[in-house]
Write a protein that binds this ligand. Structure first.
Ligand code: ADP
Length: 514
């Protein structure tokens, strides 16, 4: 007798119209993990059946023909100094695994005087002085576009999901300047903090450029100890807040990690959730990764050895069987790479190699160049941003080092798990939530996936490295560690379901339904 699939009898919740707003997204423009999230989450939500659009800035490096973007229309964007024109282009987010007609849309807002520049936020280490105008313009354009888009495309978002300070003003504009629109459509809003260290702080004299009423420049509004704090616009006006790991969602409620905003975040703690990031397991797949010279998977890891030799060759290191440690990172104080620099002399006395790919603080770049000058045969260095090399390092290294002082989520430890490159991480934020530290218990239970240390000190890091190197010598134990790491679920599936639940919660908060 044929059985009836009982799940088909349960009514499925309605698909949602979701609009993501972000200042960078792969494959269009990227400086960090935000781009991975903003480019991947729309695809995963689309896979679940939702209708998803992403709107971002039309930087000049986003070539319309390369990305298949076509003109959508023009907008007259109100600004503090009068209306300015934006050109909106649209296309689809590339993903060969989604059926035609079920794709996520991408909209890019172009305004060359603001966005046709070499960098996204800065050049030669200095932020663009008109960043407030640039991102206020973008946010105003997004909201203006929403109003016009509903007429043109008959699509109104149920939920708007904005990311980081660059998009935070959208939420104030919606609640303050476009209140008719939100009253009419009851849109739920979610604001995700990817890194509380970046708040969009500007002098008080810049506040009028936001176009918001002077009455909001108060401590309970956008004022922050005499400055203008754009991130507060998201923290105050979003219906719900999220951050990118549960540990980080607790940490930012403390003075140590709150960057002066912990009080405000504590006030809204009942509106705050932590959703850990996933990774795009199609792009980051050692079995198919087009950046790699050889391929491998959890059941057949021999290709990893070929990736290691090729990496040693590429980084001009002797090709030999010694532990290869790696770092791929922005060079900023947050990432704690000064701790790695401090132990380089000790590391070099051991029979190991280290490769570092990074860019950022000029003084840190210089420090690594000088270390490279001292140890050219053990330290491989590339200053710059190189996506392909980042993949080859993940595949070719044995150990991946992330000693971050704080780390909201972190993506590289997730890539490392997937590529069988054992992470050594500090116990903070998403690193604490995604790596299972090597301890007698976790080893016995076959759950260990990496090494973890607590104190942000060179000694604590060195001890963790020494333990890892000791375990590395035991080939059976090491391959067990690699196996467990590679079998860890780092996909978006779980996180996407979590976001879906949060979106429905935002709707309940504004509409009382789901
Ligand atoms: P954050 O967003 O704080 O920089 P994450 O770990 O969340 O840190 O994400 C960093 C992302 O940027 C990862 O995809 C990482 O591989 C990539 N990345 C960082 N620096 C470089 C670089 N110099 N070259 C290539 N990719 C880099």
């Amino acid at each position: 007798m044929a059985s009836i699939d009982s799940t088909s009898l349960v009514s499925q919740p309605k698909p949602l119209n979701i609009l993501l707003v972000a200042s960078e997204a792969v494959p269009f423009a990227k400086t960090g993990g935000l781009a991975d999230v903003a480019g991947t989450l729309p695809l995963e939500l689309t896979r679940l059946g939702h209708r998803v659009s992403l709107i971002m800035l039309g930087y000049s490096m986003i070539d319309a023909s390369t990305h298949g973007l076509t003109p959508w229309g023009q907008l007259s964007v109100p600004t503090a100094t009068g209306p300015k024109e934006a050109i909106v282009e649209c296309g689809v987010l590339p993903d060969a695994t989604l059926p035609a007609g079920r794709q996520a849309q991408i909209f890019a807002v172009r305004h060359d005087p603001y966005f046709a520049r070499k960098g996204l936020y800065q050049e030669s280490g200095a932020d663009y002085p008109d960043n407030l105008e640039r991102f206020a313009f973008f946010c105003r354009a997004v909201v203006q576009w929403l109003v016009e888009f509903q007429n043109k495309a008959k699509w109104v978002p149920d939920v708007i999901h904005a990311h980081d300070w660059q998009t935070a003003l959208c939420l104030a504009y919606l609640k303050i300047l476009y209140v008719d629109y939100t009253q009419h459509h009851a849109v739920g809003t979610l604001f995700t903090i990817h890194n509380l260290g970046y708040q969009g702080l500007f002098p008080a004299s810049d506040y009028p450029k936001t176009g918001l009423p002077p009455s909001l420049f108060v401590p309970s509004g956008l004022e922050f100890y005499g400055s203008c704090n754009i991130l507060k616009s998201g923290l105050i006006y979003a219906d719900l807040l999220s951050t990118v790991s549960e540990t980080y969602s607790r940490e930012i409620q403390t003075p140590e990690f709150g960057f002066g905003l912990d009080g405000l975040i504590r006030e809204r703690h009942d509106r705050l959730v932590g959703v850990v990031n996933g990774i795009d397991t199609n792009v980051w797949n050692p079995a198919t990764d087009t950046h790699l010279p050889a391929h491998y998977c959890a059941t057949e890891v021999s290709g990893k050895r070929a990736c290691k030799s090729a990496l040693q060759h590429e980084m001009k290191l002797p090709v030999k069987d010694v532990p290869l440690l790696a770092v791929v990172s922005r060079l900023s104080v947050q990432k704690g790479l000064d701790l790695v620099a401090a132990i380089v002399p000790e590391l070099m006395r051991l029979n190991v190699q280290l490769v570092l790919l990074g860019a950022g603080d000029v003084s840190a770049e210089d420090q690594w160049r000088s270390l490279h000058g001292r140890y050219p045969h053990q330290l491989g260095l590339r200053i710059g941003f190189d996506e392909g090399l980042a993949h080859r390092i993940e595949a070719g290294a044995d150990l991946f080092v992330m000693p971050s002082r704080y780390e909201p989520c972190g993506l590289n430890q997730l890539y490392s798990l997937r590529y069988g490159t054992v992470p050594i991480v500090r116990r903070t934020g998403g690193l604490a939530d995604t790596v299972v530290p090597y301890t007698p218990t976790t080893v016995q239970e076959r759950r260990a996936t990496g090494f973890m240390f607590g104190e942000a000190s060179a000694d604590a890091l060195l001890n963790a490295v020494l333990l890892a190197l000791q375990v590395y010598k035991d080939r059976t134990e090491w391959s067990r560690l690699i196996q467990t790491a590679m079998q860890t679920d780092v996909s978006w599936a779980r996180s996407t379901r979590a976001y879906e639940a949060v979106y429905r919660q935002t709707l309940r908060s504004v509409r009382g339904d789901s």
